[in-house]
Design a binder for this molecule. Structure first.
Ligand code: NAP
Length: 349
């Protein structure tokens, strides 16, 4: 087996921040997203991952519902065959909403491991806490009549299936995504193998201070999705009130002071605050600068303080397509008054 060839302009790997998770597993402090959404096809995403590995990325954020695990897997296999050690990689997969049934959850995880050609998942997350499915590419007004509110016993049945896979050595870390404090509190209480990761929307205009701190206080490392404010997100996730992080005057000002694009200020802020950002790009140049920026020229304490003022409580991925019959608004998905609507989270009505 040969030696995996890094790019001549690769980012120095010793400088990339690392996180030590509550279960003792180490992960890179920045990753690359693979959600091509409506604008990047599977092969383009996979080609970007190929370049990303040569540039020094080791955390690849994958999900079955992104529809590109086979293409991404072929690229990972290529790198492994060229001599990239498997243990250097940190591959995250996610269970999609239509596979919460315990038997299907286990099968879906196994399938992703096979498609990604990785032998085991470094981390496997439950993508959403609801078993609610929507057709790919649907518009923001579409609803599935079978959708249901969060139900703790059902969620834990799914979780137990994943715990069994972890026991088998197929998953190193379990995690959640798109949960709230009330839900995460119950999951932490009932899990035999606790979540050590929570993937949540985090960008300067949506800092989620309370949930972020709750995660840190409970040994759950936050991963920040849409770290740049996801300018190419699907149309169904755009509303006229949304604020573009990279166009915010405070961020543009700090970017000018550092002589860099505002994207890099969002990422420096994310890494210095303590989340693991997973920016997506289809451009090699952006992939490189995104990785490089967390290894050099940090924001000053004053700039970090200024970044607090970017907070606009601007959630971009509202999740309205997952609402169940009778739910009033997308806010019902996010337990905004501290309680879980619907069945109260515990038992069936
Ligand atoms: N768990 C969940 O429910 C969930 C939800 C959403 C997303 N995610 C994950 O989070 C990842 C990131 O989120 P996202 O893809 O929605 O949005 P994002 O990373 O916030 O934004 C990506 C966009 O920023 C642009 N960009 C990247 N680097 C740039 C740079 N240096 N300068 C200027 N523009 C730059 C990209 O365009 P170019 O291609 O032109 O560079 C792309 O349009 C996803 O890919 C996915 O893996 C998870």
């Amino acid at each position: 087996m040969g030696k995996f060839q890094m790019a001549p302009d690769a980012v120095s790997m010793e400088k990339i921040p690392q996180k030590l998770l509550a279960n003792g597993v180490k992960m890179p402090g920045i990753g690359i997203g693979t959600f091509g959404s409506d604008h990047a096809g599977a092969q383009l995403v996979a080609d970007t991952v190929r370049e990303a590995l040569r540039l020094g990325y080791r955390y690849i954020d994958c999900a079955a519902c992104y529809g590109n695990e086979r293409e991404v897997g072929a690229v990972i296999r290529e790198a492994l065959d060229e001599g990239l050690p498997r243990e250097e990689l940190f591959i995250v997969g996610k269970l999609w909403n239509d596979k919460h049934d315990p038997a299907e959850a286990a099968a879906s995880c196994r399938q992703s491991i096979e498609d990604l050609q990785i032998g085991y998942m470094d981390a496997y997350l439950v993508h959403w806490p609801f078993p609610n499915y929507h057709a790919p590419g649907c518009d923001g007004d579409s609803r599935n009549p079978d959708s249901r509110p969060y139900f703790q016993d059902e969620f834990m049945a799914t979780w137990r299936a994943l715990e069994a896979l972890a026991d088998e050595g197929l998953i190193r870390c379990l995690g959640t995504s798109n949960v709230t404090i009330p839900k995460l509190r119950m999951i932490l209480r009932d899990a035999r193998i606790k979540p050590v990761l929570n993937e949540m929307e985090l960008h300067p205009c949506f800092q989620q201070g309370e949930l972020f701190q709750f995660c840190l206080d409970n040994g759950v490392q936050p991963i920040g999705f849409c770290p740049l404010g996801s300018p190419d997100r699907p149309e169904r996730d755009k509303t006229p009130d949304d604020i573009a992080d990279m166009e915010l005057p405070v961020i543009k000002r700090i970017a000018a002071a550092h002589g860099v694009h505002p994207a890099l200020i969002c990422l420096k802020w994310a890494a210095q605050r303590g989340q693991v950002p997973i920016p997506m790009t289809t451009k090699r140049k952006n992939a490189r600068t995104n990785l490089l920026c967390v290894t050099e020229d940090p924001l000053t304490p004053e700039e970090m303080e200024l970044m607090r003022s970017a907070e606009r409580n601007c959630r971009l991925v509202k999740g309205q397509v997952f609402l169940w019959p009778g739910a009033e608004s997308w806010l019902d998905l996010w337990d905004v008054d501290g309680t879980i609507p619907g069945w109260g989270g515990y038992g069936k009505a």
